[in-house]
Design a protein around this ligand. Structure first.
Ligand code: SF4
Length: 190
């Protein structure tokens, strides 16, 4: 059995994160769970994209069953929906990596990691802090692999495999921020 549970945020990031682990001689098991994605239809599209990638890459994938929202996520949605990115993302990354650490322990993995470290748009200092906190809490190891140098390659790999590639991070606020940034770029070019 693999010793590494890889929290998978999406198919496109997995196209480069999984090969990075394989190059290290580790065959990870992917674990997709992203309750932060809004709206629900978007979450489903990303889930389908992840399934498609796992089939193409012969990757073992765990899809946790849909379940009631935890108190943590309900608090995040209601209390932090309008907070700035720092506060919002600390809570969001903390919840996701805590869930990944708990899953690693429950499923019998010695360590866990995340594909979130492919993105140059994520705060890697927050990811490391959240991963290490979750590891301490659940008695497993967290392994940080900086894969930002592969981010551009994930575009080409996604196109090659016909994967849906999302245009924003996940929450409703990030969708609005991405739309606003695109609009500002277009206005500057005009
Ligand atoms: S921008 Fe991304 S990491 Fe930050 S709160 Fe939204 S979904 Fe989570």
């Amino acid at each position: 059995m693999s010793s590494t549970l890889l929290h998978a945020c999406c198919g496109p990031c997995s196209t480069v994160a999984v090969p990075a682990w394989r190059e290290l001689g580790v065959e990870p098991v992917a674990w997709f769970e992203n309750p932060n994605i809004q709206p629900e239809a978007e979450r489903e599209r990303r889930r389908e994209s992840m399934v498609r990638y796992s089939r193409a890459a012969a990757l073992e994938l765990i899809l946790p069953a849909e379940r009631e929202e935890s108190e943590g996520w309900l608090a995040w949605r209601t209390g932090l929906a309008h907070a700035g990115p720092d506060e919002r993302c600390v809570a969001c990354l903390g919840l996701r990596l805590d869930a990944a650490g708990a899953a690693a322990r429950e499923l019998g993995f010695a360590r866990f990691s995340t594909t979130l470290t492919v993105s140059p748009y994520q705060r890697h200092d927050i990811i490391v802090a959240a991963g290490e906190t979750a590891a301490d809490r659940h008695g497993v190891d967290f392994i940080y692999v900086d894969a930002r140098d592969r981010f551009r390659t994930s575009y080409a790999e996604s196109r090659r495999l016909g994967l849906y590639r999302q245009p924003y991070c996940g929450c409703a606020a990030s969708k609005w921020e991405a739309w606003h940034a695109r609009r500002s770029r277009r206005a500057r070019r005009a």
